[in-house]
Design a protein around this ligand. Structure first.
Ligand code: DGY
Length: 321
């Protein structure tokens, strides 16, 4: 008999077909996530779970599903899963690192450029029929070339973002839990390690790429925003909870920083509606990794992990210690 798995969200049909040849599948074919209690009910008796970063896998849910053996998250971030509880319960947890680094770095640049050069705001204005004449000061923005790029969280995605800054003749400053080896700094456009406050003070623009955890909750709040330049753009492609929304909204509204590009929100898909009142915020629905090849690669990677784990092998991207 094939092991039973739950696929929590609609995914590529070819991946469902592949999983079906290994497992007895119950798959969500719908656009809607299952409500938490229904999700918990459907997970009962399943040995594997294929999920996204939006499924919350709590310690209670883990304890309530004693047959569960593998949780394959189709995301590199895994703050949605209580990995310690899973480890205590003997459940393997996996993620999809590396396959999304370059695509996500591309998107950080898309947000940075759009926010610095006011792309969303000016497009909305044009579509609203407000373009009547050329003016010297229409939608003046900030330059990226020659500027100092700050990166908070210098993992593989942060390094991919830094590499791209070479083409813009930028200087890169970064802060990370630990300093990178010298060869990785050199590969990241000669990125220079600085303390967090210095990063906030000196960066012309700041990109957040750090993993979300209790330690990084609201790592950017009122005090941190107060250190940033009034001309700075803040980009968040990591997790919404890293930024204190209320403080960011106030800083954007009062032009204490110039603009923000935000792909992630603390309670997404819900988000603070005050963001919608801000012309200087570029808002996207968590699409940093959303290119066709990369999302396919992420789904294939999560499937590989699930297949390996449920056939008694060590999954390639095992997260448990
Ligand atoms: C990730 O992989 O963590 C991305 O944010 C997509 O969820």
């Amino acid at each position: 008999m094939k092991p039973a798995i739950l696929v929590a969200r609609a995914i590529f049909p070819e991946v469902v077909t592949r999983l079906s040849s290994h497992f007895d599948i119950e798959a969500n074919q719908d656009d809607q996530a299952w409500p938490a209690d229904e999700f918990g009910r459907r997970l009962q008796g399943k040995q594997g779970l294929f999920c996204s970063a939006n499924e919350r896998i709590s310690a209670d849910l883990i304890v309530a599903c004693p047959q569960l053996k593998v949780i394959a998250n189709m995301a590199v971030g895994f703050n949605n899963i209580d990995v310690d509880a899973a480890t205590r319960a003997g459940i393997m947890v996996t993620n999809t690192p590396d396959v999304l680094n370059e695509t996500t770095a591309d998107f950080a640049w898309a947000l940075l450029m759009a926010a610095a050069r006011r792309v969303g705001e000016s497009e909305r204005w044009l579509r609203a029929g407000q373009w009547e004449r050329w003016r010297y000061d229409t939608f003046l923005g900030a330059d990226l070339h020659g500027a100092t790029l700050g990166i908070l969280g210098m993992g593989r995605i942060g390094q991919a973002i830094a590499r791209r800054s070479r083409g813009f003749d930028m200087q890169v400053l970064y802060h990370n839990r630990t300093r990178l080896p010298v060869d990785l700094e050199a590969g990241a456009n000669g990125a220079q390690y600085v303390e967090k406050d210095e990063l906030l003070r000196r960066a012309d623009h700041l990109v957040l790429v750090l993993p979300y955890s209790a330690a990084t909750h609201h790592a950017i709040g009122a005090a941190e925003l107060a250190l940033m330049k009034p001309t700075a753009v803040l980009v968040n492609i990591a997790r919404g909870g890293i930024v204190d929304d209320v403080s960011l909204i106030a800083a954007l509204r009062e032009r204490r920083i110039a603009a923000a590009g935000l792909d992630v929100f603390e309670n997404e898909p819900a988000f603070n509606p005050d963001f919608l009142t801000l012309d200087n915020a570029v808002l996207t629905p968590h699409i940093g990794s959303a290119s066709v090849p990369t999302r396919l690669a992420m789904a294939a990677c999560a499937a590989d992990n699930l297949i390996a784990g449920l056939s008694g092998q060590r999954p390639p991207n095992l997260l448990n210690p």
